[in-house]
Ligand binder design. Sequence first.
Ligand code: GLY
Length: 344
Amino acid sequence: MINMRRIKVRVRHGYEVMVGKNLLKDCGKYINLTDTRISRIFLVSETNVAPLFLDKTVDSLKRAGYEVVTYIFEAGEQSKNLDEVAKMLGILAENRFTRTDAVVALGGGVTTDMAGFVASIFLRGIKVFQIPTTLLAQVDASVGGKTGVDLKEGKNLVGAFHQPSLVICDCDLLSTLNDTVFSEGMGEVIKYAFISDRKLYEKLKTRLTKTSDKLEDIVARCVELKADVVEKDELDNGLRQTLNFGHTIGHVIECKSNYTVPHGFAVAKGMALISRKSPVYSDLVEMLKLYELPYEDDITADEILDGILNDKKKRGSKITVAIVNEIGKCDLETIEATELTRYL
Ligand code: GLY
């Protein structure tokens, strides 16, 4: 008997997020239980993840009766672009995928974002099933339907909201993560604690590792927190912007580094930079240090201002910034983008 949590995301096209162990081997069965009409699957993965988990995933999909076409791209944020999307769309078209076929994403945030985007635009939208393999993708990227790719001018500037039909978070997969990728995910977990859950913050004070038994509970809690926000604001017009804590400056740092600074590290720096004048600053820095995350960057105020002019979250000349002045509570402040420096 497999012990797992099923967390519902009650949006217009609602779905479940499964969180547990040893789930990958039955992913085909779970997809089949969600929708019996699908016959073919376009399985998207990348060069780091495929050697570890592709065979097991393909086996499971085939055992469930699916015909599988696989697409493996070069791992890394540099691949998250329109050229890669065009290649995938071409393969879907060549193989005559139809509206009752589906995309499965097997990988981290780059994979879930990009495969989700391909699914959102092919034939004006086919189903996507997310199998996130990193902590960051399990607690954030795979849930909530944000999909897209980067332009050289900025991160995630092209995209669509396209909710998955099911998310399968197999926490056993996390034990293979290298330390950097695990810490990156912890950056997002720390974000949830600071914006909305003081109890989660207390739990994180005892250092978690990638093999910790408690990790499953932590993933499930973060997914619950995210589901709650997404249900209230699916299209990112209000409350969902609290999930951007650290991301406004983080995206600028990432883009400026030409995506050599990993997303989770950039968000960690972004959370610390935007909180410099906040009463939570020292607790935040302590926690970032505990999980070996960076909290300083030599980016200048001018570079930040220049970068946010291309932020997709800007509305006219204004930007909404997520600010934490008390652990577990987040405020949204809408300001002229040029005033961002007052927090630094
Ligand atoms: N990653 C932030 C969001 O999904 O809104």
